[in-house]
Design a protein around this ligand. Structure first.
Ligand code: HAM
Length: 424
């Protein structure tokens, strides 16, 4: 029997209310912050990700799903959407619009990772990008929008980690200092870090091996090497975050795993770390990215959250979510075709009145249908038997109390819809 490919999941009906709840909140917040939706293709030219995320990063080197299509073009399933959104910004001449252009997306993403709880090979991101403005208020606003999502959906116990990794002017000086420091400790670090030191020194700070932690803790800090403009930008970002009341912790080790970042980087993580999978969302500024994609120098900043991780947190914290697909009314009937005819007509009227209605099928007894209605958790069951056909009434049962009352068939749909919206 076939199974879903490793690292992928079916989003079953029981999970859909969580997804709807998160996505509704995300879209509501995007409206509040002035973002417009964009959808980009699921696959792009492989070169786009090499140039943006970086050819030497784990994502591009080890995790992309890439293949040659039938005409020999090298294609990659997108591992994230920032590069694709910047490509669209350039392709559609969005620099001519009022800046910043604020775009959000909800998109599947693909990474060939080792699957575990909260880490999948196909996952979904809600994310946003503000392109064309370097003002630190935009940085603070981006962190604030990210933070608002978790607040809006009711997840607690999180915090924002914040850092500045400088720009093209000051980062080389920092990397030089970091490399010099690690050369002095090369015999104490893990095997992977010996490789990182040669290939991608910033990633040294990401190492999770316990023996390397004291070395990371004493390493030079990015913030100590910022040039004056980056220092001022970081200070202003922090002051606006304070003004917005967004809680954050400065994390000197935070450098992020994608090459395009400059200046502000941030992650939303649980206050208490459990397991390996920590970030429920992450983002940062990428002032060199548009230029790396052959555009004019254009600043940008954004964020993306893994929806699966948010749903896991909602469940772990027992957050109750509404289910808009919940059947509200069950129509049970018994008494042959006349009862069935009335039931069918009533189902149509209820649905016209926007009531989620389940029409009983087959020849099951009223008792069996009532049991079914109870299992479904409907608010009301309408019963139509031979008597009701004669009197042109229906018997309306309130499931929570067991109370029932006869109401006129003609008025039933209106009365039930009214009751469901809080009327009596
Ligand atoms: P990222 O840190 O690679 O950044 O991913 C952002 C979020 O996506 C993570 O914090 C996590 O919640 C989720 N995520 C990543 N990989 C997986 C996975 N394998 N399974 C489940 N969830 C995952 C980016 O993607 C950047 N594009 C964010 C950004 C937007 N920066 C600027 N703009």
């Amino acid at each position: 029997m076939y199974k879903a490919p490793r690292g992928t999941t079916d989003i079953l009906p029981a999970d859909q209310p969580y997804w709807r709840y998160v996505l509704d909140a995300a879209e509501r917040l995007c409206r509040r912050y002035g973002y417009q939706r964009i959808d980009t293709p699921l696959f792009e030219d492989a070169g786009l990700f090499n140039r943006s995320i970086g050819a030497g990063t784990d994502i591009v080197e080890k995790e992309t799903y890439s293949f040659d299509d039938r005409s020999g073009d090298r294609i990659t399933l997108k591992p994230e959407s920032t590069a694709a959104v910047c490509r669209a910004y350039l392709e559609h001449g969005m620099h001519a619009l009022a800046q910043p252009v604020k775009l959000y997306y909800i998109s599947p993403s693909f990474r060939y990772e080792r699957p575990q709880a909260g880490r999948y090979r196909q996952f979904h991101q809600w994310g946003f990008e503000a392109i064309g403005e370097s003002d630190p208020t935009v940085d603070a606003e981006a962190v604030s929008l990210a933070w608002d999502l978790y607040k809006e959906v009711g997840i607690t116990g999180l915090t924002v980690l914040l850092n500045s990794i400088g720009d093209a002017a000051c980062r080389p000086g920092y990397i030089q200092a970091l490399v010099a420091y690690y050369r002095d400790h090369v015999n104490e670090v893990c095997g992977d870090c010996k490789v990182r030191l040669e290939k991608n020194p910033l990633r040294l700070l990401d190492c999770k091996v316990p023996q390397d932690q004291p070395i990371i803790a004493a390493a030079p800090k990015t913030s100590e090497y910022l040039c004056d403009p980056c220092k001022a930008h970081f200070a202003a970002t922090r002051s606006y975050l304070d003004a917005l009341g967004v809680p954050y912790t400065i994390e000197h080790k935070l450098v992020r795993g994608l090459d395009y970042y400059t200046r502000t980087v941030f992650e939303v993580v649980p206050l208490e770390k459990t397991g390996q999978q920590t970030a429920v969302g992450a983002g940062g500024r990428y002032d060199g990215l548009i230029e790396a994609l052959d555009g004019k120098p254009t600043p940008g900043i954004g964020f993306a959250a893994g929806i699966e991780r948010i749903v896991l947190n909602l469940k772990a914290q027992g957050v109750a979510v509404p289910n808009p697909n919940q059947p509200q009314v069950y129509i049970a009937h018994q008494g042959g075709d006349p009862a069935r005819q009335q039931a069918v007509r009533l189902s149509q009227r209820l649905r016209d009145a926007d009531v989620n209605t389940w029409l009983g099928f087959g020849d099951r007894s009223l008792k069996a249908q009532l049991r079914h209605a109870n299992n479904m958790g409907v608010t009301y069951t309408v019963m139509i038997g031979e008597n009701e056909v004669q009197t042109r009434e229906v018997l309306l049962k309130t499931m929570a109390t067991g109370a029932d009352e006869h109401i006129m068939l003609e008025q039933a749909a209106f009365r039930i819809a009214h009751k469901l919206t809080g009327g009596v």
